[in-house]
Design a protein around this ligand. Structure first.
Ligand code: NAD
Length: 322
């Protein structure tokens, strides 16, 4: 019997093809035992690309016939629920994209079922696994005592776009959630107070979310997001005593220290050791983390119980809006 981790894959869409399956295909200790998608064209194109023999349009049949240890369920949030619940009840480890369901209550129920069934789970909050962002966070924490202030900005020019999945999800829960989760990651703490502004800015759905968050360590987090600006910019700031890091994980990161600016200049690809985006932007590392967690029988960092906290903070940003 092979000692590879047997992984079954549900979903042959964008994220599966662009980042997750290319990462898994590079791991010697993973066997992609089967692929399922409802659309046969996508199923066959993806299975051909990754050399997967067993192809299905029914995920239950795939799981029964291929007996995996873990399942990837890669599809939009409103399609996740029944599949994730079915897999957890069969004691399978589960990896999903963000957001982990359409609202926090779904995530809470996923987390509860996972705990009852002894499943290891992971939500693909890839920003946490971006090597240059993690380097900056660790450096500021190590040399600055603690991160007492952090900023996460996420901007897009989405003027031509409509509500996410025709309104099945919203911009904050589905996408700007990356910045919310990154704040929790940077300060390593949980929110205690939130003051926020949520605006539509000419559209019929919410497109801008700004918040000031106090965390239980005393750290302050600032969330700045809008989908009605000049273009995509996604940046992170972390401040400790005598050290600051400003990180744009698509371009560069700089460290300021002891009143000296730019004492260190880093490129995301330099820190990651690769110019491939799925490697320097955290996707390869999050997949590696999931597989390593299964091998160590340890809960991944972005497990469902942890993701509940991020979903709850998202809901709080709506609730506390002035
Ligand atoms: N982390 C990131 O940076 C990032 C970026 C983009 C999207 N995402 C997230 O990734 C998720 C997936 O997005 P996507 O663009 O890859 O999706 P997609 O729509 O391209 O792919 C989903 C696939 O799942 C299949 N599918 C749906 N129901 C199924 C079922 N019951 N059985 C089998 N197959 C089924 C569909 O046919 C489709 O091929 C979304 O939640 C999105 O928010 C994350």
């Amino acid at each position: 019997m092979s000692d590879k981790i047997r992984v079954a894959l549900i979903g042959a869409g964008g994220m599966a093809n662009s980042v997750h399956y290319p990462s898994l295909a590079e791991f010697d200790d993973v066997e992609m035992v089967g692929l399922c998608d409802l659309i046969e064209e996508k199923l066959n194109a993806t299975a051909d690309r990754f050399g997967i023999e067993r192809r299905y349009t029914d995920y239950k049949k795939m799981i029964e016939e291929t007996a995996p240890q873990a399942v990837y369920v890669l599809m939009p949030p409103h399609h996740l629920h029944d599949i994730v619940v079915w897999c957890l009840r069969r004691k399978l480890h589960v990896f999903i994209e963000k957001p982990p369901g359409v609202h926090a209550e779904q995530t809470r129920q996923f987390a509860h079922l996972a705990e009852q069934n002894g499943c290891l789970t992971m939500v693909a909050f890839n920003r946490r696994f971006i090597p240059v962002l993690r380097y900056c966070r660790d450096r500021v924490r190590a040399e600055g005592g603690w991160i007492h202030q952090a900023v996460a900005c996420f901007y897009k020019d989405y003027r031509a776009g409509g509500p996410y999945y025709d309104g099945a999800s919203d911009v904050l829960t589905c996408d700007a959630i990356h910045a919310v989760d990154a704040l929790r990651f940077m300060v390593g703490a949980e929110a205690v107070k939130v003051a926020s502004s949520v605006r539509k800015l000419t559209r019929h759905f919410d497109t801008s979310f700004n918040a000031l968050i106090e965390f239980d360590t005393g750290a302050v987090g600032v969330l700045l997001t809008s989908w009605m600006v000049g273009g995509r910019v996604h940046t992170f700031e972390m401040h400790g005593f005598g050290i600051s890091a400003f990180c744009d994980a698509d371009r560069e990161a700089v460290i300021h220290k002891d009143d000296q600016l730019r004492v260190e200049e880093l490129t995301p690809w330099g820190v990651a050791g690769s110019e491939e985006r799925h490697k320097y932007y955290g996707f390869w590392h999050e997949n590696r983390h999931f597989i390593d967690s299964i091998k160590a029988n340890q809960e991944p960092e972005t497990c469902f119980p942890d993701a509940v906290r991020t979903m709850e903070l998202v809901e709080r940003i709506y609730r506390e809006a002035w």
